[in-house]
Design a protein around this ligand. Structure first.
Ligand SMILES: NC(=O)c1ccc[n+]([C@@H]2O[C@H](COP(=O)([O-])OP(=O)(O)OC[C@H]3O[C@@H](n4cnc5c(N)ncnc54)[C@H](O)[C@@H]3O)[C@@H](O)[C@H]2O)c1
Length: 458
């Protein structure tokens, strides 16, 4: 069965969640475009949007209408071609309204699986809970039969565990969109030893149609993106503990330092603790837990994250996508304080001179430093980064020392992902980190090479 036929009847499980709603948005547009093709007028297109939360499903329809309108506004030129035979659509807003209605006309929200029979492509974006995923997928499999293909968005659970748990016999692939799916270009495509080649080919073709950049990952818990991110977190938290023990810093001070170093001196879009908050403290803990369960000989767990979660410091995002306070407090989206577990409240950057004293202790940044945002669109960023990292290698400050350690550790993590067979090459690891995490350079890079003989002595 070809992809065009599969796209006639599709289901999204967990459709009202953060990821499911974005996947639903992408699919509604793609299916509407299929439906509007000249030869397809007699075909029926159905997108089942399944979620147990009725209230969220109702909200999903409003979300889809708003987002479909925005997407249609951006692609008005191609939509004019799609509707070339519709003389009644004169103004741009007529075309936009028609496309929004055509897209919404395919969706069928439901809190039950009753009508799901006939689905040939099933996207799974249910909460990251293996027993729940298995339970729902078993029911769906018994309803949809052996022709259906499954695409799971799990962040951490090995795909073969889901495959074997449900009995799909290779009809499943890891289809790891990044958040938000409609915006993020990266898609990690994870096949197992038993994934049918046709499923892999179909996943690749669909990704192209959705204009995603595909990076293949092998089926090892955490895959590439989280495989790097979780270990990067553990480096930062180990450094926090070391700074507390060796430098007499308090925990909020050490967290401030590592967040600043990992953002400013590594020229990353956000510091490591801000990224933990963005993803959610509990989500990170959970991914580490799943990785520990499935990766032999490595225990991924962190005391700071555990303590924060226990104190209800969870981060995450509001429905609008705005950052919730977590390990850091945010003011207008920018870090403005660090949670102090000993006081049960935030130590604000603006209170007193503790931040200025820490900045002084870290020392002046190396020459040539530029913020991530300034370099992002700069065509000359490679040579500017090289100049900057040369300076970082030669700078004798506490901040530069911490940044060098960080770069080298990040490189080791990237190399381990290749050595362990999670990624097929350094280029794939670098591609995931640059496309999915918006790093300006991959973890396996020439800059870290400059630092390797300079770390360890702190
Ligand atoms: N949030 C991210 O940044 C992100 C990124 C990549 C992958 N993922 C993965 O995507 C999946 C979904 O994550 P999310 O962040 O969108 O979670 P979420 O909590 O926002 O959404 C999960 C949805 O699943 C629904 N659900 C729960 N039980 C269900 C059931 N039995 N049947 C149908 N629906 C059910 C919930 O009502 C909810 O709407 C997880 O596997 C997660 O690991 C998340």
């Amino acid at each position: 069965m070809d992809l065009d036929t599969r796209l006639e009847n599709v289901a999204v499980l967990g459709a009202a969640g953060k990821m499911g709603s974005g996947i639903a948005l992408l699919l509604a547009q793609e299916m509407a475009r299929e439906k509007l093709k000249a030869g397809n007028k007699d075909r029926t297109y159905v997108l089942h949007l399944i979620d147990i939360n009725q209230e969220s499903l109702t909200g999903l329809l409003g979300y889809l209408r708003v987002q479909l309108t925005k997407a249609a506004e951006k692609s008005i030129v191609s939509l004019r071609e799609v509707y070339a035979d519709r003389d009644d659509l004169i103004e741009n807003y007529d075309v936009i309204a028609a496309f929004v209605e055509d897209s919404l006309s395919v969706v069928r929200p439901s809190t039950t699986l009753d009508s799901i029979g006939g689905s040939k492509l099933v996207f799974e974006a249910i909460i990251e809970n293996l027993p729940i995923k298995l339970d729902v997928l078993k029911k769906v499999d018994s309803i949809c039969g052996p022709d259906a293909y499954y695409l799971t968005n799990t962040s951490s659970i090995p795909i073969h565990v889901i495959d074997e748990g449900v009995g799909l016999k290779g009809r499943i692939i890891g289809y790891h969109f990044y958040n938000p799916p409609a915006v993020q270009k990266l898609l990690e495509l994870i096949s197992t030893k038993s994934t049918e080649p046709e499923v892999v080919a179909m996943g690749g073709e669909l990704a192209k149609r959705l204009r995603k950049k595909v990076f293949p990952a092998n089926d090892i818990a955490g895959f590439i993106g989280n495989g790097h991110f979780m270990r990067d977190i553990l480096h930062a938290t180990a450094e926090v503990k070391r700074l507390m023990a060796d430098e007499g810093m308090t925990e909020p001070e050490a967290i401030y330092v590592m967040n600043k170093v990992s953002q400013d001196l590594l020229v990353r879009p956000m510091g490591i603790f801000q990224l933990i908050d963005y993803v959610g403290v509990d989500v990170c803990r959970f991914i580490m837990h799943v990785m520990t369960e499935h990766i032999e000989g490595e225990r991924l767990e962190d005391e700071i994250l555990n303590k924060m979660a226990k104190a209800g410091v969870l981060g995450g995002q509001f429905a609008s996508g705005a950052q919730k306070d977590g390990i850091l407090k945010y003011d207008g989206g920018r870090p403005a304080g660090v949670y102090d577990l000993s006081k049960g409240g935030y130590a604000l950057f603006a209170d007193g001179d503790w931040v200025a004293l820490l900045d002084e202790k870290l020392g002046a940044p190396p020459a040539g430093i530029a913020p991530w945002r300034a370099l992002l669109m700069d065509a000359g960023k490679s040579s500017k980064l090289k100049t900057y990292f040369d300076a970082l290698a030669a700078t004798d400050t506490m901040g530069a020392g911490l940044a060098r350690e960080y770069l080298v550790r990040s490189q080791e993590i990237g190399a381990k992902l290749v050595a362990d067979g999670v990624a097929d090459s350094a280029d794939v690891v670098n591609g995931v980190l640059t496309n999915g995490f918006y790093h300006l350079y991959g973890p396996i890079n020439e800059y870290a090479e400059l630092m390797t003989d300079k770390v360890g002595g702190k």
